[in-house]
Write a protein that binds this ligand. Structure first.
Ligand code: MEV
Length: 438
């Protein structure tokens, strides 16, 4: 079969679905029915979703859940989370509750700088380029005025502009390295528009610069784009309490628990294989809130993992210590987030998520997201260093297995009662279902 097509984007939605159904399914009408089953009955709402991207055929649902009881800087929050993994929301809620009686989470935004770069080639004397840059720097900034005007009114804009010589790493390669403050917006469009204007002005100024020869006045702009690496857009989240106060039902010996916990974090600090999984657990919380609030989780993921490698070796984002009988667990992560612009005013559920978080500023959202990540990490390490991860995971995952086997309400009751006192694994649940049905 030849599964290629030209002009797909020009087909109507109906035609696209039919093409896909006929091309890839033995039973096309069944596939069409499933695809359409997820359409919204409100045509206007469906159109809104259709227009988020190109070639939309349906909506892909993810559950949205709430982790309540997050005490952050002395105030309670309910955190909206969008995620498919069964145990994540439960784990966040459990951690939130645990820390709510032990002083809660402290969160602080350390800085909020965003970065963008114009990457260009200059074939000539680099000292002459530096002199040229100093002469035209103010003109470059002034040329972005119409783009930065509104942002400046909100207290943001371009905060620094530097010329960087990268020729030691790549022949003829220079950068305009630009830093931005974008207040409550994530700022991607704003930054990219500024950079494209800076690139255009740079080229024009070079053409009119008397000291340049023909080769030097012909600057080649390779690209202009923001960086998702934001090592100076950092939020810190922390919990701490007396070691003895860690005691609860599953933590009978708090000193032993705290020591093992700190050891588990140390392992993630020095062992990349463990660090990746450790940080993945943090991102379970981070991504879920980032998604619920309509932010770009790929940008956050890329930036966070680059930050986790900043020493040259991939390492844990979080840290823990016991000092003078006090257990402290904290992390600092880069988060470029927005609470205005983008999806935040378009997606009705994003608006709901932001309302639940009481309409946060970007800095407040950075705090909520970091805290949820730390809570998630605490929950994972608590399970890993005590009962093991599978107990909690399988308790939550059992519903997925019951759905997979299309169990009836009656069967569910029997199965759930049985597994209240028996250990849960995929195999044991499947075996029990099969036995029950015989
Ligand atoms: C699973 O999604 C996340 C964990 O593997 C994280 C960790 O190991 O720390 C439980």
């Amino acid at each position: 079969m030849n599964n290629s097509i030209s002009g797909f984007s020009k087909l109507s939605k109906e035609e696209k679905i039919n093409w896909i159904a006929n091309e890839y399914f033995a039973n096309p009408s069944e596939a069409v029915a499933t695809i359409k089953q997820y359409w919204n009955s409100d045509a206007k709402l469906q159109q809104l979703h259709d227009e988020f991207i190109e070639n939309t055929i349906s909506n892909f649902y993810l559950p949205m859940g709430i982790a309540p009881n997050f005490l952050i800087n002395g105030k309670y929050y309910s955190v909206p989370m969008v995620i498919e993994e069964s145990s994540v929301v439960a784990a966040a809620a459990k951690s939130a509750k645990f820390w709510s009686t032990r002083g809660g989470f402290k969160a602080t935004v350390l800085n909020t700088e965003k970065i963008g770069q114009v990457h260009f080639l200059f074939k000539g004397d680099s000292a002459k380029l530096a002199a040229f840059f100093n002469t035209i720097k103010n003109n470059l900034i002034a040329s972005t005025e119409s783009i930065t005007k509104n942002m400046q009114k909100r207290g943001g804009g371009i905060t620094a502009l530097e010329l960087r010589n990268k020729t030691a790493e790549l022949e003829n390669y220079f950068q305009l390295h630009v830093t931005f403050e974008t207040k409550d917006s994530m700022g991607a469009n704003f930054i990219n528009s500024c950079l494209e204007q800076l690139a255009k002005s740079l080229k024009e100024e070079a053409q009119n610069y008397a000291d340049f020869n023909d080769l030097e006045s012909d600057i080649t702009v390779v690209m202009s784009i923001l960086s998702n690496y934001v090592p100076n857009c950092i939020v810190r989240a922390e919990v701490s309490c007396k070691v003895e106060d860690l005691a609860e039902k599953k933590i009978e010996n708090p000193q032993e628990f705290a020591e093992k916990f700190v050891q588990a974090v140390r392992i993630a600090e020095i062992e990349p294989f463990r660090a990746v999984t450790h940080n993945k657990g943090i991102m379970n919380g981070v991504d879920a809130v980032v998604l619920a609030t309509g932010n770009d989780f790929r940008a956050v993921e890329a930036g966070v993992h680059a930050y986790a490698s900043r020493s040259g070796q991939y390492s844990s984002l979080s840290h823990a210590k016991i000092e003078n009988g006090i257990f402290t667990f904290w992390m600092e992560i880069p988060l470029a987030l927005g609470t205005v612009g983008g999806l935040t005013s378009l997606h009705p559920l994003v608006k709901i998520a932001l309302e639940i978080l009481e309409k946060p500023s970007a800095q407040e959202l950075m705090q909520h997201v970091a805290v949820t990540g730390l809570a998630q990490n605490f929950a994972a390490l608590r399970s890993l260093t005590t009962t093991g991860i599978q107990e909690g995971h399988m308790k939550m995952h059992i519903n997925n297995i019951l759905n997979q086997f299309q169990t009836t309400a009656e069967e569910r009751k029997v199965i759930k009662t049985h597994f209240e006192s028996n250990s849960i694994s995929h195999a044991s649940v499947v075996e029990f279902i099969e036995k029950l049905r015989k």
